[in-house]
Ligand binder design. Sequence first.
Ligand code: ZN
Length: 186
Amino acid sequence: MRTRRPGPFQLPVRDIERKPGEMREHSLEIPAPEKWGEGLVSVPEAEPLELEVRLESVHEGILVSGTVDTTATGVCGRCLIDIEEPVEVEFQELFAYPGNEASDFDVQDDHVDLENLVRDAIVLSLPFQPVCQPDCPGLDPNTGERLTESPGDTEQTPVDSRWAALQQYTPDDGDAHRAAPKTEKS
Ligand SMILES: [Zn+2]
């Protein structure tokens, strides 16, 4: 008796259930059902999730493993520019048959539901301090402007006129006289 219509993350396992050794592979593309992640970067709702999933029938249930590829978007933690980050994470979980000891994941109605598994794998992989580039110089503390990668200090610093005057000042005539004049012997 199945009244619920399976969602996109629910994969049928009826044909391999209780047949240890049987295996099925699925390639899926599913839009993210909602925004995943609460930090500076997150996977936006409807962002495509590319899933490669392997379902293996084992004695205790269905072993689910695979990878998910998607893109997280947000802002650099230092300079706040918009950034995109590729996300590729692996996941693996045993979906136990109902009736066995309690498990976070169960085979239900001849299906395994990957949504929580995939969401947790993605959210846990998102960086807390994302940067647009490893050596992002961040923001100028004075102006709040984004610093460029080469903070150009190429301008010649003009010599302060007060120091320029000192450069022409001969400190002590006595010193000059004390120095022995070089005489060339011919
Ligand atoms: Zn940055």
